[in-house]
Design a protein around this ligand. Structure first.
Ligand code: BES
Ligand code: ZN
Length: 875
């Protein structure tokens, strides 16, 4: 892939203001594919030239002219489109002299259906008619599909936007409406003019035209907040509205910088590729990331909506007010927002215990990816749009968030906030790079932030800390060694990457506070823990905050096991310990059987998140063992591990239970049901029948576990019933819930039916990925069938997502679970002949994972089989 030099070097122009007038003259019937736009750019020519080069894609320019201030306009005589580079060169018959002037471009653009640029999104009216809304999604590099521009984050301008739309439609943009007037010559249209925006980057511009209802509130700091929903569903916006109204003052207070616009709209868009997008003042969301129905939404949806709202609103400051200099610093935006969304949800909903969930959702996910040879540094050089698309991944988001969490812990909240305020006020309305943030935090804290953080953001990977202890009278002497952690086993590279690692150490005397804190900046270190008795255990990485894995000497590990059983170790530390062991086993550093034995120590575990992580790891192991002939034995193990907690919880909520109990019940029953636990299966079938018959509707929290259980052990009539429920569902949340579990069905002909359904009109374009992914993850047969289906329908799938990040997600979900060398070669070969530039790295990561799975199986299959079978038949 050619790397275009970026960002644009030595700009010839400095842009001041951009006037956009979008006319829907030809769109009255809402299915014409084109729009007309009249644009005016006020800018300064810095060097005399007779050419103007701009970003531009899928646009037909009608006329372009340049008028120097106070002088005659000159018409461009040539439009030379460089399609590959997504650029156009306008040629003028005479030289444009230094100075300010106005460039006018009238053009026709395509209202596409690719969920990027300016696109149409299909919806049904309450009476069942099909209609289209027109919406935008510009990040990262698609503003150029809606209007020619200099489409780079560091080229900021103010925007004056007008929309000419049918008068019965809602028209929204970043700013508030300042004028609405009839459109000359056409009574059915109105012109809606919006206030001038602050200076901002093109990727944050947005407009939406469609039919919507809304609920509104004024936040305590005076900002008008509206949540726009499909017609008739305004009440489903209530939850997000409350979260947003609480969140705005929270951020204002945290950053000590007010929200700069008079209003903010949050709107649910039916066809939407990402989860949500932070357009300044007009945040767009998938329906499932914004709408909550008190009766039909489950607890995890509520939590997801809160997190997404918290995330996108954080960008209003961090990203919109201060923007990254170039996409290399994308992680600043996404890593930061992915961290602070938790801080915000913890503030709004302390009962969610959301920080523990951070560890299983982001921290461990980041470590899994970052242990691969095909990972990449957080700061990565990118040029071509496909390279930019590629870095919206778990490194930018989850590793980014994890290193910020570690940094926040290292600095302390007070100085961290001071530094954030310095950064936001210094760079407001401008752009900044990673170093700029470090400088502000360094100033605020007096700590060597850049030196520490460069080791985490400029090199890929993270360390494994090996620790052993020796008792010397009343003290323990710890020997620590750091080495890069590799998913393929002990590090054998030639160079020795090092990290500056903040390490905390605690003992059984006080498991929840650090007895010692050090900054390990060399390969080996010896520390003395004073007054630590022989019987006391020692644990590193209190709170699982440091971005490293720990390997304990066998003796140290053994002493920690009782602290799992008796719960004296805090939940997030139990989780971290288990997750470290699992990944060490996967890498072949310890044996998998050893981890399975540790998992048995979780019999008394009450914590949702700990179970969730354990469940996820057992899922990975079950997928691996699905390639063997003893796959049933791991199901027995899962049933044994999960049935005591299942019995304790029962099916129905008990008085006084809360959010986390609901999540735990859903998790455990789903796991038991899928694993074929007899009593769970019977009860799921009974409740499902009553649900379908309308006798007793399942509570939202029990639906996923019941659906997955009956499908896993179901037949064609079960599948038909599920498809019928899907058709009847009014909420997108329910449709998605069903779509995700359909792949649990295991008969080959039914698997085919699900795959065909994935590409049907019944499934929204962005959700096809999770249906196919569900099939691949549902069973061994499903995996093969899904991979064949992706290959057979490659053209259609690739075109549907036009490269984009959904294609990477699809590939990963489909092939990551294979476990033999031949499959790695097959996957590699397929993508060599069917290139997907924005998914190149994902393909390499998947091939690496497949080879790792194969090696894991070769190494441990026999001992796992022996262990599982001997525990089934005790002597
Ligand atoms: N800026 C992104 C949206 C985005 C993602 C644009 C990918 C272009 C490509 C937004 O802030 C975001 O991160 N959305 C997340 C949801 C969030 C809660 C993690 C998403 O879309 O997954
Ligand atoms: Zn984001």
């Amino acid at each position: 892939m050619p790397r275009s030099p970026s960002p644009s070097q030595a700009p010839r122009f400095s842009l001041k203001q951009l006037l956009l007038e979008v006319v829907f003259r030809w769109m009255r019937c809402w299915n014409s594919h084109f729009f007309l736009m009249l644009t005016e750019f006020l800018f300064q020519v810095k060097n005399a030239t007779n050419q103007i080069v701009m970003n531009c894609a899928d646009i037909d320019i009608i006329t372009a002219s340049y008028a120097p201030e106070g002088d005659e306009e000159v018409h461009a005589t040539g439009f030379n489109y460089q399609n590959e580079d997504e650029k156009v060169t306008l040629s003028f018959p005479s030289t444009l002299q230094k100075g300010t002037g106005t460039l006018k471009i009238d053009f026709v653009g395509e209202l596409n259906d690719k969920m990027k640029g300016f696109y149409r999104s299909k919806y049904s009216t309450p009476s069942g008619d099909t209609r289209y809304a027109a919406v935008t999604q510009f990040e990262a590099t698609d503003a150029r599909r809606a209007f020619p521009c200099w489409d780079e984050p560091a080229i900021k301008a103010t925007f004056d936007i007008s929309l000419v739309v049918p008068k019965d439609r809602v028209a929204l943009s970043n700013m508030n409406v300042v004028e609405r007037r009839p459109y000359p010559d056409d009574e059915s249209l109105v012109e809606v003019k919006f206030a001038r925006s602050p200076v901002m980057s093109t990727y944050l511009v947005a407009f939406v035209v469609g039919e919507y209802d809304f609920v509104e509130a004024r936040s305590q700091d005076g900002v008008l907040v509206r949540v726009y929903t499909p017609v008739g569903k305004a009440e489903q916006g209530r939850f997000a509205l409350e979260v947003a109204a609480k969140t705005l003052p929270f951020y204002k207070d945290y950053f000590n910088v007010p929200y700069p616009l008079p209003k903010i709209d949050l709107i649910a868009i039916a066809d939407f590729a990402a989860g949500a997008m932070e357009n300044w003042g007009l945040v767009t969301y998938r329906e499932t990331a914004l709408l909550i129905d008190p009766k039909n939404s489950c607890s995890s949806s509520r939590q997801w909506v809160a997190l997404v709202v918290g995330h996108e609103l954080a960008h209003q400051w961090f990203g919109n007010l201060v923007t990254m200099e170039w996409w290399t610093h994308l992680w600043l935006n996404e890593g930061f927002a992915s961290w602070i969304e938790y801080l915000c949800v913890d503030h709004c909903f302390p009962e969610y215990d959301i920080w523990t969930q951070f560890v299983s959702a982001d921290y461990t996910r980041a470590q899994e990816l970052d242990a691969l040879d095909n990972s990449h540094p957080i700061e990565v050089s990118v040029g071509h749009p496909s390279e930019v698309d590629e870095i919206f991944d778990a490194i930018s988001y989850s590793k980014g968030a994890s290193v910020i969490r570690m940094l926040h812990d290292y600095i302390g909240d007070e100085d961290f906030r001071k530094g954030m305020n310095l950064y936001l006020t210094k760079f407001q309305q401008r752009n900044a790079a990673t170093e700029d943030l470090w400088e502000s935090l360094e100033k605020a804290s007096g700590k060597p932030i850049a030196a520490v953080m460069n080791t985490w953001t400029k090199q890929m990977g993270f360390p494994l800390i090996y620790v052993e202890a020796e008792q010397q009278e009343d003290d323990k002497v710890l020997k620590l060694v750091q080495k890069k952690f590799c998913a393929s086993g002990p590090y054998t590279g030639e160079d020795f990457p090092m990290w500056m690692v903040p390490i905390s150490i605690c003992t059984s005397e006080d498991p929840s506070s650090a007895k010692m804190q050090i900054l390990m900046d060399k390969p080996e270190l010896t520390v003395v823990l004073k007054d630590t008795k022989p019987e006391q255990w020692v644990k590193l990485n209190l709170g699982t905050v440091g971005f490293y894995r720990t390997q304990y000497s066998p003796a140290m590990l053994e002493s920690l096991i009782p602290a799992i059983k008796d719960l004296s170790l805090p939940p997030v530390d139990r989780l971290g310990l288990q997750n470290d062991l699992f990944s060490l086993a996967r890498a072949g550093i310890i044996s998998t059987v050893e981890v399975l034995k540790v998992m048995e120590a979780f019999v008394n575990e009450p914590n949702y998140t700990v179970w969730s992580d354990l469940s996820c790891n057992l899922g990975i192991l079950a997928t691996l063992l699905s390639h063997t002939d003893f796959h049933e034995d791991i199901q027995v193990f899962i049933r044994d591990v999960f049935s005591p907690i299942g019995e304790r919880l029962g099916w129905d909520p008990k008085p006084g239970e809360g959010h986390l109990d609901a999540l735990l019940r859903g998790l455990v029953l789903g796991k038991l049901g899928k694993a074929g636990h007899k009593a769970t299966l019977e009860e799921a079938r009974r409740r499902f029948k009553e649900h379908v018959e309308g006798k007793h509707i399942l509570s939202a929290d029990l639906r996923s576990p019941v659906y997955v259980t009956v499908l896993k052990h179901g037949d064609s009539s079960t599948l038909d019933t599920m498809l019928k429920l899907h058709k009847q569902a009014d909420m997108q949340e329910e449709k998605n819930r069903i779509e995700r579990v359909l792949g649990a069905i295991s008969q080959p002909e039914l698997i085919q039916k699900v795959l065909t359904f994935a590409l049907s009109e019944e499934v929204r374009p962005q959700d096809t990925v999770s249906v196919i992914g569900g099939v691949a993850g549902g069973s061994k047969q499903g995996r093969k069938a899904a991979w064949k289906f992706v290959r057979d329908n490659w053209e259609e799938l690739y075109n549907r997502y036009q490269g984009g990040f959904l294609i990477s997600r699809l590939i990963k979900l489909t092939v990551d679970g294979f476990a033999n060398d031949k499959m790695a070669a097959e996957v590699k070969a397929f993508f060599e002949s069917h290139p997907a530039p924005s998914a190149e790295r994902t393909v390499q990561q998947c091939c690496e994972n497949i080879l790792l799975n194969a090696a894991w199986l070769r190494r441990d299959a026999d001992s796992i089989q022996h262990f599982l079978q001997q525990r089934r038949a005790p002597v």
